[in-house]
Design a protein around this ligand. Structure first.
Ligand code: SF4
Length: 364
């Protein structure tokens, strides 16, 4: 890379001039930055900016987060999705509160649950001035274009080259600002479909921009696609005077883990009758189920899964022959909730979608 100092100075100058005023940019507190970076792992910054202050109001210190119950943390995480992050953050808070000190290197940050290469590098560069480059989706795009890299950034060899290039663009005195500058450049200038190359502080060294015949939008090169799987489900909407019947899905479930959702069973083909769905619900949750034939079809995509859900009104009553009726009595993972209570639970956007077409008046 010719004259990396000039490029890194230009990048930092652009960042100080153009960066967005985001709440975590104003903080140098290790706890607050940890919370922000975990939230930002899989959620857009605008969404995080809207929910981050409330989370810190609820848990203003690492000690406050450490002594909370995991259900309280999940409830405060509502709207951010990917609740595994909330549970990992809670575990990390307990470890840190017990140790009494925060890590001061990327390697130490990586010992915490939910803190991987990206988060540890960002925290160490911001808090300890460690010259650790970060690679998130934005930086991958910027540097793949900058190098006109012919390989997908998902490939190990390509990633090593991108990381080495990011390292050259780090200002040794301000590595945290340099890392944030590259990420911000990807968000504001080197955008996915509309790179604004004439405003870009890296334009003088960017191969995709400067080489004749190349189109920056062709980078990064796509990697092998993970096959998507279809998942057919039946969801029962059961109402009573106490609200809607919801199920707390197990922490180890392979989808919507740890979240409250309407009682749902997986189907083999999606063509099963309402009676067959009722039998599956009985096997899963106990009691006697009756499901309406009429249903609303809902589609929902999560990472590599496409959900095809049939949502129907249903009725449930305890099985009079059973010694210990299960649903709603003696099962802590089932319960009745009113609309206000549901809004405070860790749920998924699939819950709102499932209820949207239902002729009911309570919901989140
Ligand atoms: S010059 Fe264009 S393509 Fe290259 S890094 Fe800047 S915005 Fe991206």
């Amino acid at each position: 890379m010719p004259r990396p100092e000039k490029l890194r100075d230009g990048l930092l100058a652009w960042f100080y001039r153009c960066r967005r005023d985001l709440p975590w940019r104003r903080s140098e507190d290790a706890y607050e930055l940890l919370v922000a970076e975990v939230m930002l792992q899989q959620t857009r910054s605008e969404v995080v900016a809207a929910r981050y202050p409330a989370f810190l109001d609820t848990f203003p210190t690492i000690e406050a987060l450490a002594v909370a119950e995991v259900e309280e943390v999940e409830a405060a995480w509502s709207g951010l999705g990917y609740y595994r992050r909330a549970r990992n953050l809670h575990r990390a808070a307990r470890m840190l509160a017990e140790r009494g000190v925060f890590p001061d290197s990327a390697a130490e940050w990586r010992e915490l649950p939910g803190v991987g290469a990206y988060t540890s590098a960002l925290l160490a560069s911001r808090l300890a001035g460690e010259p650790e480059p970060v690679l998130d989706g934005n930086v991958e795009r910027v540097l793949s274009r900058f190098l006109a890299s012919p390989r997908s950034p998902k490939r190990a060899a390509a990633r090593r080259l991108l990381l080495a290039t990011a390292a050259k663009l780090l200002d040794p005195g301000k590595p945290g600002d340099s890392n944030q500058a590259l990420m911000e450049l990807g968000s504001l200038v080197c955008r996915r479909g509309r790179p604004d190359c004439v405003r870009c502080p890296l334009a003088s060294g960017c191969r995709a921009f400067r080489s004749e015949g190349l189109d920056p939008r062709a980078y990064p090169v796509a990697g092998p696609r993970r096959a998507r799987t279809k998942l057919y489900c039946f969801t029962a909407v059961v109402r009573s005077g106490r609200g809607l019947l919801l199920h707390h899905r197990p922490a180890g479930a392979n989808w919507l883990a740890g979240r409250w959702h309407l009682p749902t069973v997986e189907l083999a083909t999606g063509d099963e009758s309402a009676n067959e769905a009722a039998e599956l619900l009985q096997l899963e949750f106990g009691g006697v189920w009756e499901c309406d034939d009429h249903h609303v079809a809902v589609r929902h995509a999560v990472t590599h899964r496409d959900f095809r859900v049939r949502v129907a009104l249903a009725r449930w009553r305890p099985d009079p022959a059973a010694e210990a009726p299960r649903a709603g009595a003696g099962r802590a993972d089932l319960g009745w909730f009113g609309a206000a209570e549901i809004s405070a639970l860790p749920t998924s956007s699939l819950l709102g979608k499932s209820l949207a077409g239902m002729p009911i008046h309570s919901g989140p």
